[in-house]
Each structure stands twice: as structure tokens, then as C-alpha cells.
Design a protein around this ligand. Structure first.
Ligand code: ATP
Length: 484
């Protein structure tokens, strides 16, 4: 086998659609930009990822519990968190093509060009200047820098730019049925605030002692200016966030510890070490005193999949101020009241899905023959086993159905008797099924079957009585949890 051409994002998008993983939202109406639906296989993969994360947080740690907060929150939440005043991206339009861009991304793209051309010092200088201008809210300066760098619109090829304006990324709507009574409400742009406002509820009702964590999985919404790259940047997406409340002064130790633990998680679900890297933030968000991204090598380069942030007491302190409710914890060990500091781990379920999908997509060619399969960790695969009778007659179909039925309560198993067996193997390869169980004439004699392994295509003969245990062990999330 030799390796086939490099995988492009287009290969991923096409495969995801053709085999029931991801569809464009409301596609019959030509779709809705940056919104996607998960199909029959995609939802299984995504659920497994969420389950692995949830268990890694709440099952492996005695001091982490989960919650499920509402998407709508009191509007003051977003004032306290800084999102009303500061959750902006600088945007710029090209007057000729009418296309909208993020001003910072145009400049980052230019810096990447410099870096690729072997001029890293020029790249850093440009990024530093951009950071300085954005920090000083000097939007005219940002525009001048774009023009000075000779950046043109990729569509119109002109530098006929509008002014740079700040654009708030929060979606808003009204609550209440009568217009006059209505008040502005936001669709949460992150799940974290649902955790902060419940900090004392959980601490008191669960008698939690600092350090402890609260985990949550849920939808978040951002009106992204430029939404490209498939499920990497969506307007409606899912986050898996954990806020870890610690004694002030101990946050850097916890930050380092979570940084390592989270990298171990990504390796445990099957992402290879060489496709993962840390990226320290040069420009810290308003709430952070340390921040790092875990990046994955997508077909379009290394990009963030998870952020780990040391958020200080920024959120709880602001909630205390605006709500006038004390957000303090009494620490019996030091006999002190304090607002805990927070270390956050925040990963997007959809970005993680995309990383796992891109990594699994494998194309091998042998002469004119090409084999495409999805090399998922067996515990993540949408279908764990397929039972395939060699032929339908002579009782083989019934025997195969009986075997499939006996496995279904343990893991997701399908039965397929449609078309030649080679075709059926291919069908399972394309959705990443790790084990195909073939029922043949020998099965009728000695109650053994063959198991075909997806990655090697090797087959082994095993007694039917051993299937549940043998495959069950391989496809269990325990394997991921044990590797973290
Ligand atoms: P980016 O810089 O790529 O916009 P961010 O730094 O704003 O991301 P965070 O606010 O730290 O992202 O959010 C945490 C995680 O949520 C990200 O690491 C990512 O996995 C996910 N996420 C954020 N925005 C989106 C989006 N528009 N679509 C899909 N996932 C997202």
C-alpha cells in the first residue's frame, strides 16, 4: 500500500455528507451559512465524544460534578461577564465585492504569509503592531495597517476597504409576548456563565470543598463574521466546559495540571501526538492571567480545538458586584472567606468532532485500487460491529440475525445481507465500523465466525460465545478513560 494524495477539507465535507455524518442545515433551501446538522452516523460519533469527555470529568474525578443550565440567562449575566461591552470582533468590508472580513484575520493571514516566506521577524512585528492597535481600540490604525500591508480582497482583488467597526458576536432576541413588556435577552455565547451563576448552588447543595469543578455540555451561539471551514467555525455549536474553583494563589499549579490532563485526553481518544500542539496566548483575554490553546493539525493547518484559561476571580467578582449576592467560599483549612480563582477548560464538541473525523479519514492506494476508511478509535465508531452472512440461504441469514440480536444490548451492532460480502465490508469501512463478523458455512458446523479488523483487514476465527466479551472490551469507553 502506498499513501494517496493529501486529504483536503473538501474530501472531508463530501465524505461526511455522503455517509450520514454531517449535512448542511436546511439544505433543501440551499442551507444556512455556518449551521450544520448531524446525521445518523455523525450523532453517534458526537455523542460518544461527549460521553468520553463527560466521564473523563465527572467519573474520573471525585471533586467534579456536572450541571445542565439553561441557554437563556438573565441579561445582567452578560454585562458581568464582559460580553455586552467587549465580545466584539473588528470587521471590515470590501466596497467592490461587498464581502465582509475580520480585520484581525486579514492581518494574521498576512503574517502567516511572511512566516511561510521565511520572514518570521516580519510576521511577529506585524502581529505585535496589530495587538497594539487593537488594544488601544485604534480601529483607524488597523485599517491603515491593512492598506499599508497591501492586503487586497481575495474576491475583488482591490484594497477598496470601508472603515473598521466593532461587531458584537452575541445573538439577541426578546422575551415576553407583549412587545412593550419585552426585554432583550441573549443566546449564550459560552456555557461557562451558567456554571458561574450556579457556583454557590452546587457548592452548598453538594457540600463541595475547594478545589472542585463543575462541568457542562451545551449549545452556544456566536454571530461569527466569517464562518468558514465547515464545523470548525459555526454560528450554533456545542461546548464542553469545566470550571475548576481553586484557592487564590494555587491557580498556576492547577493551570499546568489541567493543561497536561487535557492533552492526555486528546491523545486517549486517538489524536496522534504529532498532530497536537500547545499555543500560548500572547494577547490575554480581559479575564485571564494565563491562557493556552491546544491545537490540532487540520487539513488547513494547526488550529485551536480547546482553550485552557486561568480566569482569576474575574467572573465571580463581577457577578457578586452586579447581583449584590456574595460569591464567597469559607475555606475551613485556612479559616478564611474568599472568592475562588478559576481554571477553565473549554473544548468545542464540533471542533473535536472535526479533528477526530479528519484524523480518521484514511485513503490508501495500491496500484489502481484505492481504499477509503475511517480509522476511529473503536470506542468512538458510530457502529461497533456489523454481522454479515456470506449468503442468505441455508439458514446463514437467520444465524447472523440471531448473533446480531445477542450483541445489540452490549454495543451498537447492525445486520447487513445486501450485496456481495466485499461490498458490505467496504460499506462498513466508509463509516468506520471496527469489526465485521462474517457468518459462513463453517459457522453452521462449529459455531465460529470470522472477525475482520477494519485497519488491517486481517481476519480471525473466533467462537460465537466469545464475541460479546472480545469486541465489548475493544469498543468500551473504559479503554479511553484508562488511557487518560
Ligand atoms: P476562536 O479564536 O477560534 O474564535 P475562541 O478562542 O473564541 O475561538 P473560546 O471562546 O475559547 O474560543 O471557546 C472555547 C472553544 O469553543 C474553542 O476552543 C472551540 O473549540 C469552541 N468554539 C468557539 N467558537 C466556535 C465556533 N464558532 N464554532 C465551533 N466551535 C467553536
Amino acid at each position: 500500500m502506498s499513501s494517496a494524495p493529501a486529504t483536503s477539507l473538501q474530501d472531508i465535507i463530501s465524505h461526511a455528507k455522503e455517509y450520514g455524518f454531517v449535512f448542511p442545515s436546511s439544505e433543501i433551501y440551499d442551507g444556512l451559512q455556518a449551521v450544520y446538522d448531524y446525521g445518523q452516523n455523525g450523532v453517534e460519533l458526537k455523542n460518544s465524544l461527549k460521553s468520553a469527555w463527560w466521564k473523563a470529568m465527572t467519573q474520573l474525578h471525585d471533586n467534579i460534578v456536572g450541571i445542565d443550565a439553561a441557554i437563556f440567562m438573565h441579561p445582567l449575566t452578560w454585562k458581568a461577564s464582559g460580553h455586552v461591552d467587549g465580545f466584539n470582533d473588528p470587521m471590515i468590508d470590501n466596497k467592490d465585492s461587498k464581502k465582509r472580513y475580520r480585520a484581525d484575520q486579514l492581518l494574521e493571514g498576512k503574517a502567516e504569509e511572511y512566516a511561510n516566506a521565511g520572514r518570521p521577524e516580519k510576521a511577529s512585528a506585524l502581529l505585535a503592531e496589530m495587538g497594539r492597535l487593537l488594544g488601544a481600540e485604534n480601529l483607524d490604525g488597523v485599517r491603515e495597517l491593512i492598506i499599508a500591508e497591501g492586503i487586497v480582497c481575495p474576491v475583488s482583488k482591490t484594497a477598496n476597504w470601508t472603515d473598521v467597526r466593532q461587531f458584537n458576536l452575541m445573538f439577541s432576541t426578546q422575551v415576553g409576548s407583549v412587545a412593550e413588556d419585552a426585554s432583550l435577552i441573549y443566546l449564550r455565547p459560552e456555557t461557562a456563565q451558567g456554571i458561574f451563576v450556579n457556583f454557590l448552588n452546587v457548592q452548598k447543595s453538594g457540600r463541595m470543598k475547594v478545589p472542585f469543578g463543575i462541568a457542562q455540555i451545551g449549545k452556544a451561539f456566536r454571530n461569527e463574521i466569517v464562518a468558514r471551514q465547515f464545523t470548525f467555525r459555526m454560528r450554533e455549536f456545542e461546548q464542553m466546559e469545566m470550571q475548576f474553583f481553586v484557592r487564590p494563589g494555587s491557580e498556576m499549579d492547577w493551570y499546568e495540571s489541567w493543561k497536561e490532563q487535557r492533552l492526555r485526553f486528546h491523545k486517549a481518544i486517538g489524536l496522534p501526538a504529532e498532530k497536537l500542539q500547545y499555543h500560548d496566548h500572547e494577547k490575554l483575554a480581559h479575564y485571564a492571567n494565563a491562557a493556552v490553546d491546544i491545537e490540532f493539525q487540520f487539513p488547513f493547518g494547526f488550529r485551536e480545538i480547546e482553550g485552557i484559561h486561568s480566569r482569576t476571580d474575574f467572573d465571580l467578582k463581577n457577578h457578586q458586584e452586579l447581583s449584590k449576592k456574595k460569591q464567597q467560599y469559607f475555606d475551613p483549612e485556612v479559616n478564611q472567606n474568599y472568592i475562588p480563582y478559576v481554571v477553565e477548560t473549554s473544548v468545542g464538541a464540533d471542533r473535536l468532532f472535526l479533528a477526530v473525523f479528519c484524523n480518521a479519514f484514511t485513503r490508501e492506494s495500491d496500484g489502481d485500487k484505492e481504499r477509503v476508511y475511517l480509522k476511529f478509535h473503536p470506542a468512538l465508531a458510530p457502529v461497533k460491529a456489523a454481522v454479515l452472512p456470506l449468503v442468505k440461504k441455508d439458514g446463514l441469514a437467520e444465524k447472523a440475525q440471531e448473533i446480531a440480536k445477542s450483541l445489540k444490548s452490549s454495543f451498537r451492532t447492525v445486520y447487513d445481507d445486501n450485496a456481495a460480502i466485499g461490498k458490505r465490508y467496504t460499506r462498513q469501512d466508509l463509516i468506520g465500523t471496527p469489526f465485521c463478523i462474517a457468518v459462513d458455512y463453517q459457522t453452521m458446523e462449529d459455531d465460529t465466525v470470522t472477525i475482520r479488523h477494519r485497519d488491517t483487514t486481517q481476519q480471525e476465527r473466533v467462537p460465537v460465545s466469545q464475541l460479546k466479551e472480545k469486541i465489548g472490551r475493544e469498543v468500551s469507553l473504559e479503554r479511553i478513560l484508562e488511557a487518560i
